[in-house]
Each structure stands twice: as structure tokens, then as C-alpha cells.
Design a protein around this ligand. Structure first.
Ligand SMILES: [Zn+2]
Length: 279
């Protein structure tokens, strides 16, 4: 059986669940309970993976945003929390055509390794609970606070653990270019403002992104990023908004509203944007 989810520890009490090298979900383990951040494509049953680490403690399931590679396993759980602006999208049911298109676009590498796509049955959770700025998840000794950070999607949220200095950022910042141009993205100026808000958090120890370059590394530094990535993204994104950087033409199969996309690369990562949606 092909390994679909590779589990590694990236910090004391934080586990990365790397699904086929595509999406990194996280399991955060508190004294009272846990929190599963994102459900990936949901290529395999996630609850057994969670139970192996968490035992029988209760756990929350939260989505960083409503994209197919982050919420398709939601139907494996009774209820899932999502940022309120992404809540409408969280009810979306993929058509057979969508499923086929996603298999072609995202899942070829894992299918090539022996995964049978007939077993992939993505879907929404029966109950979807919208969350807002100031909401939080209490795991006993660990408290994760919701930060609204429109950008990659209008309803993207980050989770912030103040005492530990952990910042879970979904798709806002990656080690390669992020997609800020999508029809579901905010205008770029709001994206820059979200990044700037994150840069003002005191004592960020680690940034935990929702994608990593590796398929199954056990080295935490292949997944987590140091605080300075936030400054890199803040400066790079404001330079685009302020017209200092124009970037290069970029072609993305997901498309944008204008059909014309540009990309600026940063020291770490980069930004794809729609030049008519600077804001
Ligand atoms: Zn996304």
C-alpha cells in the first residue's frame, strides 16, 4: 500500500501530516485535546492517523481556507471550522468532471506510485462552522487564536499560538511563488495588509505553511520557516502594490479574472498576481 500521509514532528506537540507531498496538514496536541488543521485532498482516512498520536482526546478540525487541496477530507468529520468569508465555498460539492480534472492536475505523482483514484471521495462536512477574528481554540495548555488574513483566498485564516510563537499560515507564504491572482483571492493590497499584520506579531518562533517542497522528509526545517519569511513577503508584496515591481508573465491553469497573470520572485518564495486586481 502506497504511503499517502507521511507524519513527522516539526516542533514539540506539533505534527506535520504531509499528504503525498502535496499538502501539509498539522496536528497540534494540547493537554485537553487536539486540533487538525486542514484535511488535504482526503486521499485516505485521517482519523486513524490523528488517533495514533492523540489517543482518544477530542479534537477540532479547522480549514485554513476552502481550496480543494485543503478541505476535501472534510466529509470524514462531523463538523469543520472555516474562516467566514470562505464558508460559502466550503459547501461546494465537486462534480465528477472536477474530480477527474483534479486527478489530472494534482494527483498524477501519487497515482503513479500506486494510489487508486477510485478510492478518492472528497466532500464537505455535514456541519460547517464559520469563525472570525478573535475566535480561538482551547486545547488546554495551548490556545490557538484565529487571525483573518485575506489574500490567497478572501476567507483565509491563520492560527496563532502566542505563548509558543507558532504561526500557521495556510497558503499565504510558501518557499515558492504563492497564488494571489485567483478569482477566490483578495485584491493584492489587502493581501499585503494581511502580511503586514502578521509581521507585527511579537515573538514568532516558527511559520508553518500548508505546503512543503518535500514528499516525506523528517527534517522539521524542510517544512517550517523562520520568522524572516514574513518580512520578505511584506516587502515583496508592497513593492508590487506600489508599482516598484512588475514581474514577469506567468501562466497558471487555474486562471484569473483578467486572464493575464504576473509573477515576482522574492528571496524566498514569490507572488503571482492579477495586474488589474492590485486594489
Ligand atoms: Zn489554496
Amino acid at each position: 500500500m502506497v504511503e499517502v500521509v507521511h507524519v513527522s514532528q516539526v516542533e514539540d506537540r506539533v505534527y506535520a501530516l504531509n499528504e503525498a507531498g502535496k499538502t501539509v496538514m498539522y496536528l497540534i496536541v494540547g493537554k485537553k485535546g487536539g486540533l487538525l488543521l486542514d484535511t488535504g485532498f482526503g486521499l485516505c482516512p485521517l482519523e486513524p492517523v490523528v488517533r495514533k498520536i492523540l489517543g482518544d482526546k477530542p479534537f477540532f478540525v479547522v480549514n485554513t481556507h476552502s481550496h480543494v487541496d485543503h478541505n476535501s477530507g472534510n466529509n470524514q468529520f462531523e463538523q469543520v471550522y472555516v474562516g467566514w468569508m470562505d464558508e460559502p465555498q466550503a459547501h461546494h460539492i465537486l462534480s465528477q468532471e472536477d474530480i477527474r480534472r483534479n486527478c489530472d492536475f494534482f494527483l498524477q505523482p501519487v497515482i503513479a506510485r500506486g494510489y487508486d483514484p477510485a478510492g478518492w471521495t472528497p466532500g464537505p462536512a455535514p456541519k460547517i462552522i464559520p469563525v472570525r477574528e478573535g475566535d480561538g481554540f482551547d486545547l488546554g495548555d495551548i490556545h490557538l487564536q484565529v487571525l483573518e488574513t485575506p489574500g490567497h483566498t478572501v476567507g483565509s485564516i491563520c492560527l496563532w499560538e502566542k505563548k509558543k510563537g507558532w504561526l500557521f499560515t495556510g497558503d499565504l507564504m510558501l518557499t515558492w511563488e504563492v497564488w494571489g491572482h485567483l478569482p477566490t483571492s483578495s485584491c493584492l493590497r489587502f493581501y499585503a495588509e494581511s502580511l503586514e499584520k502578521l509581521s507585527k506579531l511579537p515573538g514568532v518562533k516558527w511559520v508553518f505553511p500548508a505546503h512543503a517542497a518535500t514528499v516525506c522528509s523528517d527534517n522539521p526545517d524542510d517544512i517550517r520557516m523562520p520568522q524572516k519569511v514574513i518580512q520578505t513577503y511584506v516587502k515583496g508584496t508592497w513593492d508590487i502594490v506600489n508599482g516598484k515591481e512588475k514581474g514577469q508573465e506567468y501562466s497558471c491553469p487555474m486562471g484569473s479574472l483578467s486572464g493575464k497573470m504576473q509573477c515576482v520572485r522574492f528571496e524566498t518564495g514569490g507572488m503571482v498576481f492579477d495586474p488589474v486586481r492590485i486594489g
